[in-house]
Design a protein around this ligand. Structure first.
Ligand code: NAP
Length: 250
C-alpha cells in the first residue's frame, strides 16, 4: 500500500457507487482516511464503509444531501469533529435529468443545478474555515467534458458542469495565497453500472469515437484525483484536467 496520502483526511461526496466509489477506494489505497456521503443508496454506503475500514484506514459514510446548504454545513462540522481535520475535498455528487430544451421543465433544470453546482458551493463553503485554519487543502471538483463543450439534450447538466469550472477557477484565485488549491477533472465517457444497461451497439460506437478506443474506468478518474490530492501536484491550481481518452482535444 502506498503512503502518499498517509494521515490526510478526505471527503468524497456521492461515493456509494460509480466514480465516487472508485475515488474513495483509491484514496484509501494511498493511506488517506475517507469520509464519504450518499443520499439514497444506504446499503451500498454501509458496504463501502466496511470495505474501506478493512483496508486499514479510518472510514465513515454519512447520509447527507449535498444540495442542501444547511445539511452540508452540519456534515462538514461532524466530519471535522470525527476526523480532526480535512485536507482533501472531492466534490463528486451529481445527477442527470436529460431532455431537449423544448421539453425541459423548470424542475429538471433546477434539480440538476442544485445537485451538481450548489453542492460544490455548499461543501466548499462549509469547509473553508477549517482549510484556512490549516493553511492547507486540495479541493477537486468533478465536472464533465459536457461542461467544457456542451451537449444536445443536456442543457441543464452542461450549465451545472460549466458553472463548476468557473467556481473552481475563482476559488483557486481567491485561496492560492493560503496554500489551498482547487482544480477540476472533466471525465469523458466513463463506464459504470449506469452505462452497463445501455445498448451495447451504442456504447461500442462511443468507444470507437474515442482516440484511445475505450471508455474510461472509475479508476482512471480516481488516479487523477490522487495526483491532484497529493503534493505531486503542489504547483497546480485553477486547472481543468480532461480525463477522456483524448475525446476533447480542442
Ligand atoms: P452515479 O453512479 O450515478 O453516482 C452518483 C453518486 O452521487 C451516487 O453515489 C449518489 O448517491 C450521489 N448523489 C446524487 N445526488 C446526491 C446528493 N444530493 N447528495 C449526496 N450524494 C448524491 O454517477 P457517476 O457516473 O459515478 O458520476 C459521478 C460524477 O462524475 C458526477 O458528478 C457526474 O456528473 C460526473 N461524470 C460522470 C461521467 C460518466 O461517464 N459516468 C462523465 C462525466 C462526469 P445515491 O445513490 O445514494 O443517491
Amino acid at each position: 500500500m502506498s503512503q502518499l496520502l498517509l494521515g490526510k483526511n478526505a471527503l468524497v461526496t456521492g461515493a456509494s457507487k460509480g466514480i465516487g466509489k472508485g475515488i474513495a477506494i483509491e484514496l484509501a489505497k494511498h493511506g488517506a482516511n475517507v469520509a464519504f456521503t450518499y443520499l439514497s443508496s444506504v446499503e451500498k454506503g454501509q458496504a463501502l464503509e466496511a470495505e474501506l475500514a478493512a483496508m486499514g484506514v479510518k472510514a465513515k459514510g454519512y447520509r447527507s444531501d449535498a444540495s442542501d446548504f444547511k445539511a452540508a454545513e452540519e456534515l462538514v462540522n461532524t466530519i471535522i469533529a470525527d476526523f480532526g481535520s480535512l485536507e482533501i475535498i472531492v466534490n463528486n455528487a451529481g445527477i442527470t435529468k436529460d431532455g431537449l430544451l423544448m421539453r425541459m421543465t423548470e424542475d429538471q433544470f433546477n434539480d440538476v443545478v442544485r445537485t451538481n453546482l450548489n453542492s460544490v458551493f455548499n461543501v466548499t463553503k462549509a469547509a473553508l474555515r477549517q482549510l484556512l485554519k490549516q493553511k492547507y487543502g486540495s479541493i477537486i471538483n468533478i465536472t464533465s467534458v459536457v461542461g467544457v463543450r456542451g451537449n444536445a439534450g443536456q442543457a441543464n447538466y452542461a450549465a451545472s458542469k460549466a458553472g463548476i469550472i468557473g467556481f473552481t477557477k475563482s476559488v483557486a484565485l481567491e485561496l492560492g495565497s493560503r496554500n489551498i488549491r482547487c482544480n477540476a477533472i472533466a471525465p469523458g465517457f466513463i463506464e459504470t453500472e449506469m452505462t452497463a444497461v445501455l445498448d451495447a451497439a451504442v456504447v461500442q460506437g462511443w468507444r470507437d469515437a474515442i482516440p484511445l478506443k475505450r471508455g474510461g474506468t472509475p479508476e482512471d478518474i480516481a488516479n487523477t484525483v490522487i495526483f491532484l490530492a497529493s503534493d505531486l501536484s503542489s504547483y497546480i491550481t485553477g486547472q481543468v484536467l480532461n480525463v477522456d481518452g483524448g475525446m476533447n482535444t480542442a
